[in-house]
Structures are given as C-alpha cells and as structure tokens.
Design a protein around this ligand. Structure first.
Ligand SMILES: *[C@@H]1O[C@H](CO)[C@@H](O)[C@H](O)[C@H]1NC(C)=O
Length: 214
C-alpha cells in the first residue's frame, strides 16, 4: 500500500479555464481552476477542480468530491490486472453497447431495497474519440432519476405520494491500457451539471491512460 502511495504523484500545476469570458460572469459559475492528478503506478491521469477533496475508503482507486455539493464527485476504477486482457476499448463493442453495459452497472450499484423506490434511466449519449495520445476513448452520458413513495403501505393508492428523490447526471470515460479497462466516472446532481457543464466536460476530456510503471 505504501509503495503504491509513494508512486502516486500529485502534480500541483493548475489550469485555469479560458472558455468563460468575463462578460459572461453574471451567468457563469465562477471557475475554480483545474489541478492534474497523475498516477504513474497504475497508469492514468486527469484534471479535477482544485478545491475538490480526496475521499479515502470510497472503494475506488481514487476519489474526489466537491466540498459543497456532497453528492458531486469523481472517481477512477480499473479492472483487476489478473483477470483482464483488454486490447482496446473497442473490445467492449461499439459505444452504444458499452453505454448499455455502463448503465446496467450503475443501476446494479444504486439498487435500492427500500420499498416503493423506482428508477428511471436514460442514456443521453455515447461517443468515441481519438485523443491527442492516439488512443480511443469512449464516453457515456446517462441521466438517472430516483422516485420514492412516502407511504408505500397505504391501502388507498391515492394515499401513496410519489416524489422525486434525486435527479443525477453520470458521465463515464472509458479507456484501455496495460490490458486493463479504466473508467473515470463523474456523478453529479442534474442541476449542478447544467451550471458547471463547461468545467466538468474539460475534466472528462482530460482523462488519459498511460503505460503503468507499477
Ligand atoms: C458520490 O455522489 C453520489 C451521487 O451523485 C452519492 O450517492 C455518493 O454518496 C457520493 N459518494 C461520496 C463518497 O461522497
């Protein structure tokens, strides 16, 4: 574990957003700048908003969350080296097929055992691009809404009030290197996504997989 941690280099270079002009300031969310995270041991890097906080023990390889919006976060997961033999992200099939697989994974993870919870999900887009490193990356964008009934045991149907619990945007960028599948995942409330879309898209676009030193 400590070897691992030592190999993880945090590069404290900041990138400032140039996409948002000052004249738009009244409407735009103030941008905080991005910081680069590089994991040379596992072989990946991405930029994240520099005021976000690392969360330990969240189950992912690395996990950062927004300091104010508690359900806005970003994480990286990798397939285990022993069990995976990926050659390219195209091993997942075309982007649409990868999208369905990602959505299925989300829905399994967020499965609720509470009575009266219903989920509504939509794949908003799936795409493929060749980044500046020459590798192919897939991006999957999904909206999931969760509805809960406050009184599922009510005898009369009209006494069951169904309300929206949460409405979230999930973005995954998938890449393959070192025979492993890498996923950068963003989870954020839908309304927050719409406010911060410019910045969050830069974060997702910055994801790269690299030859691992580990
Ligand atoms: C990350 O965000 C999701 C929803 O957007 C939330 O359910 C989850 O609890 C958050 N995780 C952490 C560790 O903050």
């Amino acid at each position: 574990m400590s070897k691992r941690r030592n190999a993880v280099a945090l590069i404290l270079s900041s990138y400032f957003f140039s996409g948002v002009g000052l004249h738009d300031a009244a409407f735009a969310q103030p941008s905080v700048g991005l910081r680069e995270y590089i994991d040379t041991f596992d072989g990946y890097s991405f930029r994240y908003p520099q005021n976000w906080i690392p969360v330990r023990g969240a189950g992912a390889d690395i996990f950062f969350r927004d300091p104010y919006v508690l359900d806005e976060n970003i994480s990286v997961e990798l397939s285990s080296p022993s069990s995976s033999r990926y050659k390219s992200v195209e091993d997942l099939g075309p982007p649409q097929e990868a999208g369905e697989r990602v959505l299925k994974q989300y829905l399994t993870e967020f499965m609720s055992t509470r009575l009266g919870v219903k989920r509504e999900s939509n794949i908003l887009s799936t795409s493929s691009r060749v980044a500046d490193d020459g590798r192919i990356y897939y991006q999957v964008e999904v909206n999931i809404k969760s509805y809960a009934s406050n009184n599922e045991l009510a005898v009369m149907p009209q006494d069951r009030v169904v309300s929206l619990e949460w409405d979230r945007r999930y973005l995954s960028v998938l890449g393959v290197e070192n025979n492993r599948l890498y996923e950068l995942r963003l989870q954020t409330p839908e309304n927050v996504f719409l406010e911060e879309e410019n910045d969050l898209r830069q974060v997702m676009d910055s994801f790269r997989v690299n030859k691992a030193l580990g």
